[in-house]
Design a protein around this ligand. Structure first.
Ligand code: HPA
Length: 252
């Protein structure tokens, strides 16, 4: 059992990861191998991948999602928790709070969104009715309870193109579409995981109220970073609880 954690904005490594080995996994999707950390979290085999690179140099629309997912699969991941910063649309999604979405709407464009992208390859129409793994979401919910971390247990995630934040009108439209949170990296990541049959769930961290919802205040990157620090400390506690659930019992 190997847990993979994908870190987004504000999460570039895993506190408490022990016996760390840095891996560079070649993939068919880029000349550059994908960098992963492999180690033990609470004694549980765990992989970590920084989606934007450890120096946050890769914007959401330039992430090689296929290479990342392929590398995690190759390295032996059997489930993925994708940590992702979001803007809160629902009133209860205040900065710093966590949410485990159960649905998504994809508003991205121009991203390579399938492993079946090459001529002559058979097309695979995956079932994506429920885009997130019920089992991994359940583990997240249980861990939140154990760790005493307040989290919304559902919600629809809007995946937008970025890298700019949205306009107030775009957020009104997303709210009207039934979205409770908005981020830039949830797709095609979730669909690619499903193509590889890798159970995948998202742990969203609210970085800010979405555009236009905070009395028309402009969004400040400084404040967003501060909110993410609070949220990521909670993610750390959650991951400790998840790996404690999943770890083999210590020897007598
Ligand atoms: N919109 C989209 N993505 C985000 C936001 C937002 O407001 N905050 C953090 N990631």
């Amino acid at each position: 059992m190997t847990l993979a954690v994908i870190g987004g904005t504000g999460l570039y490594g895993l506190d408490g990861l022990q016996d760390v080995a840095e891996q560079r996994i070649p993939t068919p999707y880029t000349d550059q191998p994908v960098a992963l950390s492999q180690g033990l979290l609470n004694g549980h085999p765990t992989l970590f991948l920084a989606r934007h690179g450890t120096d946050h140099s890769v914007p959401p629309h330039r992430i090689n999602y296929r290479a990342n997912l392929w590398a995690l699969h190759k390295a032996g991941a059997d489930r993925i928790i994708a940590v992702a910063a979001v803007g809160g649309i629902a009133e209860d999604l205040a900065p710093g709070r966590l949410a485990f979405p159960d649905q998504l709407i994809d508003y991205t464009w121009g991203r390579i969104s399938s492993f079946c992208d090459d001529a002559g390859q058979p097309v695979n129409h995956i079932d994506f009715t429920e885009p997130y793994s019920a089992e991994v979401r359940q583990q997240l919910c249980q861990a939140a309870e154990q760790a005493g971390v307040d989290a919304r247990r559902n919600g629809c995630y809007a995946a937008t193109q970025g890298p700019r934040l949205e306009t107030a009108a775009e957020i009104r439209r997303l709210a009207g579409d039934g979205c409770q949170m908005v981020g830039m990296t949830g797709m095609p990541e979730a669909a690619l995981a499903r193509e590889l049959e890798l159970p995948y769930a998202a742990c969203a961290v609210v970085a800010n109220r979405a555009a236009g919802l905070d009395d028309g205040e402009a969004l400040s990157m400084v404040q967003i970073r501060r909110n993410l620090e609070t949220g990521m400390a909670r993610v750390g506690r959650l991951l400790q609880a998840i790996t404690a659930q999943a770890s083999p019992a210590p020897p007598e």
